[in-house]
Design a protein around this ligand. Structure first.
Ligand code: GLU
Length: 424
C-alpha cells in the first residue's frame, strides 16, 4: 500500500511531491472512498518515447517525449502537451494528475493526462518544430485517440502544433480525426474562444472570489507572472473590469508601472518581441522584487513551484489566482492560509482552458459549431457552478479552497472507480 514508486526519484520535492501532499490532505474528507485513494497516487499508464529528428543542418538529434495517463475512471485522458527544456517524467506525472482533479472538479467527462517533450522550442526552426511534433505524435499514437486520450496546448504549444498533431494522427489512421486534439485552428474544427479560455476562466473565478472578499475590481492593483495565453488574457479582462495591471514578469524580465500599464501597448509589445522585457511603458524591476510588489491580486501564470515558502511570507496580495499549474508549494500554501491570503487553486482557477477544449471536442463530434458568445456564456456558467460547490465544501469542512476542490474531485473519481469495480 505504499505510494513510493520505484521509477520516481523523490516524493517530497518538486511537482509530483506537491501533488502527493495535496492528496494526503484530502483523505480525512473522503469517508469510505479513502480505501481507493492509492489509485490517485500512481499514474495508470506512463509512456516514454524517443523522438529523433533530422535538424536543418543534417544532424540527427534525439529528444525525450512523455505521455502520462494518470486516471481514466471517469472518461478518456485529457490534458495538454508542453515543450520545455526542463520537462521530466515526474513533472508530466504531476501535471497529468492535476488534470484528473481539474476535469473532475468541473465535472467534465474526462480522466487526466499530460504530455511533454524535453526541448527548448525557441532553438528549433519552423520545420524542425513540425518534425519533432509529427514524430512525437506518431510515437504516442499508440495511446492517444478521440475516445482514449485527447491532447491540447500547454506551455510553448499552440494551434499550429495541434494542427500537425491532428494531421499526423489522421494520416496514420487513414481518417480525418478532428476530435483527437483540441486547441486546433478554427478551420480544422477548433472552437471560438479556446485561445483565451484559460485566461477567461482565471478572470471568472477571480471576479467571484473578489466579490466574496468585498474587493472592488475597479482600481484594484494586479501583478501577473507569465504573460502568455493565460496571464496576458486574464490581465486584459481584469483591466477591462477596471483593475490596474501594475507589475508583470516573464522569462524576458520584470516590469512595473504604479498607475497601470497601457494594456493595448503591452500586448502589442509582447506579441512583437515575445515577452514583457524591454516594454517602454513601465520601469524595469528586479525579478525577485516582483514578489514584494504591493498589490491586491497576484496571478502566477507561468510554471510550477514559483510561490516558495520564502516568497509566500512576502506576498502582499489579498487574493492569489493560480493561472499556472502547481505554482504554490505545500509549505507556501500553509503560510498564505495563515496570513489570510485567499488562494483560488489551479485545479479550478485555470480550468477554463480544458472546459472550452471539452466544448471543442463536443462540437467536433456533432459537426455543429457554437458562437463565441455561446462559448463564453457556457464557460462562465460551468465555472461559477463548479466554484460554488467547491466554496460550499470549503465552508462546510472549514478547509482551504484547494483541499475542497480535491475533495469534490476525488469523490467523483473514486466513486467512479468503486462503481466500475476492480478488474479482474
Ligand atoms: N493545458 C491546459 C491545462 O493545463 C488545457 C488542457 C486541455 O485543454 O486539455 O489545463
Amino acid at each position: 500500500m505504499t505510494s513510493q514508486l520505484s521509477y520516481v526519484r523523490t516524493t517530497t520535492d518538486g511537482p509530483w511531491g506537491t501533488y502527493l501532499s495535496q492528496v494526503d490532505r484530502v483523505v480525512p474528507y473522503l469517508g469510505e472512498l479513502a480505501r481507493w485513494v492509492e489509485t490517485l497516487k500512481r499514474p495508470k499508464r506512463a509512456l516514454i518515447v524517443d523522438v529523433p529528428i533530422e535538424l536543418d543542418n543534417g544532424e540527427v538529434a534525439h529528444f525525450e517525449g512523455f505521455r502520462v495517463q494518470h486516471n481514466m475512471s471517469r472518461g478518456p485522458g485529457k490534458g495538454g502537451v508542453r515543450y520545455h527544456p526542463d520537462v521530466t517524467l515526474e513533472e508530466v506525472m504531476a501535471l497529468a494528475a492535476w488534470m484528473s482533479i481539474k476535469n473532475a472538479a468541473v465535472n467534465l467527462p474526462y480522466g487526466g493526462a499530460k504530455g511533454g517533450i524535453r526541448v527548448d522550442p525557441a532553438k528549433l526552426s519552423h520545420k524542425e518544430l513540425e518534425r519533432i511534433t509529427r514524430r512525437y505524435t506518431s510515437e504516442i499514437g499508440i495511446i492517444i485517440g478521440p475516445h482514449s486520450d485527447i491532447p491540447a496546448p500547454d506551455v510553448n504549444t499552440n494551434p499550429q502544433i495541434m494542427a500537425w498533431m491532428m494531421d499526423t494522427y489522421s494520416m496514420n489512421t487513414g481518417t480525418t480525426a478532428t476530435g483527437v486534439v483540441t486547441g486546433k485552428p478554427i478551420h480544422l474544427g477548433g472552437s471560438l474562444g479556446r485561445v483565451k479560455a484559460t485566461g477567461r476562466g482565471v478572470f471568472v473565478t477571480g471576479r467571484e472570489a473578489a466579490r466574496r472578499l468585498s474587493l472592488d475590481l475597479s482600481g484594484a492593483r494586479v501583478a501577473v507572472q507569465g504573460f502568455g495565453n493565460v496571464g496576458g488574457a486574464a490581465a486584459e479582462l481584469f483591466n477591462q473590469a477596471g483593475a490596474r495591471i501594475i507589475a508583470a514578469q516573464d522569462h524576458t524580465g520584470s516590469i512595473f508601472n504604479e498607475s497601470g500599464f497601457d494594456m493595448a501597448d503591452l500586448m502589442a509589445h509582447v506579441k512583437a518581441s515575445g515577452g514583457v522585457g524591454g516594454f517602454k511603458g513601465g520601469e524595469v524591476m528586479g525579478n525577485e522584487e516582483f514578489w514584494d510588489v504591493k498589490c491586491d491580486i497576484l496571478i502566477p501564470a507561468a510554471l510550477e513551484s514559483q510561490i516558495t515558502a520564502a516568497r509566500a511570507k512576502r506576498i502582499t496580495a489579498r487574493l492569489v489566482l493560480e493561472g499556472a499549474n502547481g505554482p504554490t508549494v505545500p509549505q507556501a500554501d500553509d503560510i498564505l492560509a495563515e496570513r489570510g491570503i485567499l488562494v483560488v487553486p489551479d485545479v479550478i482557477c485555470n480550468a477554463g482552458g480544458v472546459t472550452v477544449s471539452y466544448f471543442e471536442w463536443v462540437q467536433d463530434f456533432s459537426s455543429f459549431f457554437w458562437t463565441e458568445d455561446e462559448i463564453n456564456l457556457r464557460l462562465d456558467k460551468i465555472m461559477m457552478g463548479a466554484l460554488k460547490k467547491i466554496w460550499d465544501t470549503a465552508d462546510r469542512h472549514k478547509i482551504t479552497l484547494r483541499t475542497a476542490t480535491f475533495a469534490v474531485a476525488c469523490e467523483r473519481i473514486l466513486t467512479a472507480r468503486k462503481e466500475r469495480g476492480l478488474y479482474p
